[in-house]
Design a protein around this ligand. Structure first.
Ligand code: SF4
Ligand code: SF3
Length: 553
């Protein structure tokens, strides 16, 4: 058996993980995930056709987005869970297929793609694995078509993660479901040219904007607009639970279930922005944020002596020192780590095992920490729009630098710390996602009371910066979004960042600098298209990039 995966920024030599994943994914899991994506293409093939007849299966819609989310970097490492998803996918595909054939008949003129009809000899991991070499990334021999198809699929993975978060909060969009499946089905169609695929990649960018807007609405309609909030980063005496990942409803239910029990709840990584939502910060035992971005979790989880709940990515191979106090839930999973079961209709998830573990662990040792100021999503920024415009007009503020995105292990990501330190004092950093942990503890000061780092939230809250750019364009009467005093210096790691990048491209944003590398899945020809049309660049030296950005280049 061997594997091939190049979907994230840490792929070996920026070309592909072939023996095991840097992320901890072994070849069995990597191959099963390839087969899962293949079966999702099969569902999408039939459901896209069914939709054209005015019928479709919403259960299949939800299943496709949740399963694509499962295949994102650092989400699920459990072969049994992935195998059961493949089995369910085949059942769902056949349900949709039957629905279509019942209405349209089965007189097909063209040859159906393998994904539309494949059935394993048995529903076992070994049978699924036999299929993997035929359906993995390298099964497409044309490098550019492979690159475009995979870019599309990774964008769809990011879109699906956000659509799933929105769905959990009762917001959904049929257009988004339909496009995810149209895109997946398109990767089965050998008649599509490179230009057709470029068109779909850009449409994925538009869909990424739409899904981030939907998730923004889902979050703010339930939890209110984020408010400027000082977040404690220390530890209080008393039992504690650390909650990581992106799922706000998991956090809310845990807060409800721990109320009055003397347990403090801390956020970690991408859960930090939860502290700024009025309907979450009202819980007195939401005690602050502990630790930093995902890849520090082995040290941070070990040192945090309470229970830990991982609600979504990024999960890193758990160490034995904390494995027994770690819990996963939702799409995230690791073999032998206790998993909190899905929510039943009309009920909350049952977090009692997490709560019992926290109480059993006893008091955490108190520790003081700095205060982080967060909560600068679009509403807060727009409420301060007058002041910000004044700063621009008076020359006290020269430029916004969007530094949103993901953090990662590579030493060269120190670039963003240095960039934050060296940017002229008349610039403001706009951030979102876990990339911020590279610089959010620095003292970068403020400009007339407006902090020099404005944190809008999770990676999906990059939407706020697109929103602010579009509003600024309107207010300043500028024709082209690229004439605004905004530079984009974006850090990427996993596939949600791919969706965010495609979103920016679809809005016409040019001269984006990507840190720390160009994606390994982008072939040299595809990269050239991106450079020619969008002047997409990779970051170089900090000083050189600052000079260029300040000159608008
Ligand atoms: Fe490698 Fe990234 Fe794929 Fe993991 S997700 S196997 S690190 S490319
Ligand atoms: Fe970070 Fe995984 Fe992407 Fe949501 S937690 S930004 S890397």
């Amino acid at each position: 058996m061997s594997m091939f995966c190049y979907q994230c920024q840490e792929t070996v030599h920026n070309t592909g993980c072939t023996i095991k994943g840097v992320c901890g994914k072994n070849e069995e899991v990597a191959n099963l995930l390839d087969v899962l994506v293949f079966t999702l293409k099969g569902i999408s093939f039939w459901n896209t056709r069914a939709r054209k007849l005015g019928i479709n299966d919403e259960a299949a819609d939800r299943f496709v987005i949740e399963s694509l989310f499962t295949t994102i970097t650092n989400v699920n490492f459990d072969p049994e869970v992935i195998a059961r998803r493949i089995e369910t996918a085949l059942i769902k595909r056949d349900t949709v297929k039957k629905m279509y054939i019942d209405k349209q008949g089965s007189n097909f003129k063209e040859k159906l793609p393998d994904a539309a009809t494949w059935n394993p000899a048995s529903n076992t991991i070994s049978e699924y694995l036999k299929k993997a070499p035929e359906v993995g990334v390298l099964s497409q021999k044309n490098e550019d078509i492979r690159s475009l198809r995979e870019t599309l699929i990774y964008g769809l993975k990011g879109i699906s993660a956000y659509a799933d978060h929105a769905y959990i909060l009762d917001k959904k969009s049929d257009e988004i479901f339909a496009f995810v499946q149209e895109g997946l089905a398109a990767t089965l169609d050998d008649s599509l040219t490179a230009d057709d695929l470029v068109g779909l990649v850009l449409k994925a960018g538009q869909t990424a904007v739409a899904v981030m807007a939907l998730l923004d609405e889902a979050n703010t309609s339930r939890y209110g607009s984020p408010e400027i909030t000082e977040v404690n980063t220390g530890i209080k005496t008393g039992p504690g639970i650390l909650v990581s990942g992106h799922d706000l409803l998991d956090l809310e239910e845990l807060l409800k279930q721990t109320e009055g029990k003397g347990i403090n709840i801390y956020t970690h990584g991408e859960m930090l922005p939860a502290n700024a939502y009025p309907a979450l910060k009202k819980y007195k035992h939401l005690a602050g944020n502990y630790g930093s971005s995902w890849w520090h979790q082995q040290q941070e989880f070990e040192a945090f002596n309470g229970a830990i709940l991982m609600t979504t990515n990024c999960l890193v191979k758990p160490k034995d020192t904390y494995k027994d106090r770690l819990f996963t839930t939702g799409v995230v999973g690791w073999p032998d780590v206790k998993h909190i079961a899905p929510r039943q209709p009309g009920k909350q998830k049952d977090f009692s095992p997490v709560i019992a573990k926290a109480l059993n662990q006893g008091n955490l040792q108190a520790k003081t920490g700095k205060k982080l100021v967060i909560g600068f999503a679009h509403d807060t920024v727009m409420n301060n729009a007058g002041k910000i415009l004044e700063l621009f007009q008076s020359g006290k503020l020269k430029r916004f630098v969007v530094m949103a995105g993901c953090d990662g292990r590579l030493a060269s990501r120190e670039y963003h710390t240095q960039l934050a330190e060296k940017l002229p004092k008349d610039t403001i950093i706009l951030t979102a996602g876990c990339a911020k942990y590279r610089y959010n503890m620095l003292d970068l000061g403020d400009i007339d009371g407006i902090p020099r780092v404005l944190d809008s939230g999770q990676c999906n809250d990059s939407y706020s910066w697109a929103y602010v750019a579009l509003k600024l364009k309107e207010v300043l009467g500028v024709d082209d979004i690229n004439d605004l005093p905004i530079s984009y210096n974006v850090a990427w790691y996993e596939q949600k960042a791919v969706a965010v990048l495609l979103a920016l491209l679809s809005l016409g944003v040019k001269k984006i600098r990507l840190c720390p590398t160009a994606p390994g899945f982008v072939s040299s020809n595809v990269l050239k298209v991106l450079q020619d049309n969008f002047q997409l660049m990779v970051t170089t030296q900090v000083d050189q990039d600052i000079d260029a950005m300040m000159a608008g280049a």
